[in-house]
Unconditional design. Sequence first.
Length: 254
Amino acid sequence: MSEQPIVYPRRISHAPDILVIGAGIIGLSIARALDSLGFRVDVLEAHSPGAGATNAAAGMLSPVAESHERPEFLKVLVQARDLWPRWAEQLQTETAFDVDHQSAGALLPAFDTAEMEYLDKIRAAAESLGEPVESVDSQSLQAQYPEVSPKVRQALFLANEASVDNSRVTEALSEALFRRGVIVHRQRQATKIQRSGDSLITSGEGWRVASQHVVVAAGAWSTKIAGLPKIPLAPIRGQMISFDVPEWQWSGSI
């Protein structure tokens, strides 16, 4: 099958300045930001917006709890977390989508000595950044959160950790791009990027598109795109369990 150029029904004869590969939260956010700066932007998505790691996530904005072992990177993540309230408000103003941003904190339980020692490392990382952190003993934990297992020996409460509904964020960003006239091409899996003169040609099965720049935001699947430097990326599978807890009053993360 010969490759055909993508046709632009809303921007006749205008190829994008910048092509974003990947329509997860990262790719959609980048496209929105670039459009705000005046660039013509298109997004390519192998499936549908948010279909990859975005919708597989739990929406936790918990850098201290999850990335405490990399201090320099943790500083960047904490700064990003703290930008979320204003960014979520901007998205809601622009699209009328409430992304359910919650700043109720995170509670980290420990069932044994090894887990308690792990919490000590998280506490040290939090204190090094001036993050509020509180140790909660078993008795206090049961008094405040009676739904938590009585087998928990100790817990750590990180007040600044947050969460968001990642599905709603995807919907809000998709709506924002639609209103701005930024096209998200679905079912367009990029397989190759190559330079042609002053342009970059991104292609897939039966199609190709030229742009001045390409932003690769395809996550762990970026390694499948020929023409890129070798990137040490690999998908990591996690597990999630959904519980029906009608009496649960706390909106934080555990």
